[in-house]
Design a protein around this ligand. Structure first.
Ligand SMILES: [Zn+2]
Ligand SMILES: [Zn+2]
Ligand SMILES: [Zn+2]
Length: 136
């Protein structure tokens, strides 16, 4: 699907920054950090534009966030029919120690965690580190 069609299907107005940033996600094999997007868009957009675009995409269910060990955040495309304000991405993420790529392992779902009584789970993030198939 073309980026413009995706934006239309999410009822988002089509702007240059939204198209470009969405295309970066489609070209990338792994998750992207804010800094990667800034670098790859070659100063076409300012930080605020990138930040707002990413926020909009997260809110609309186009991309999801992945927490990192250094308390920053990565972004990756949603492939689990996420909806606005409601993400269904319950897959494991994998970070390669060698190439530092973070992958969405869509087919690997996060196992159900049995919480003690009185605890309510809202979210679970599983990030596995190791060596990816490209670096093996
Ligand atoms: Zn999602
Ligand atoms: Zn790797
Ligand atoms: Zn993911």
């Amino acid at each position: 699907m073309y980026s413009t069609d995706i934006l239309k299907s999410y009822k988002l107005s089509i702007t240059e920054s939204r198209i470009q940033i969405l295309e970066l996600f489609h070209e990338s094999k792994g998750a992207l950090a804010h800094a990667d997007i800034e670098k790859k868009s070659a100063a076409m957009f300012d930080r605020v534009t990138i930040y707002r675009t990413l926020q909009t995409f997260v809110e609309k269910g186009i991309i999801h966030t992945i927490p990192t060990a250094d308390n920053s955040v990565l972004y990756a495309l949603c492939k689990d029919n996420c909806e606005a304000g409601h993400h269904h991405d319950n897959h494991v993420h994998f970070i390669c120690d060698i190439c530092s790529t973070t992958y969405c392992l869509e087919k690997v779902t996060i196992p159900k965690v049995q919480l003690p009584e009185g605890f309510i789970q809202k979210q679970a993030d599983v990030v596995v580190s190791g060596i990816c198939k490209n670096c093996k």
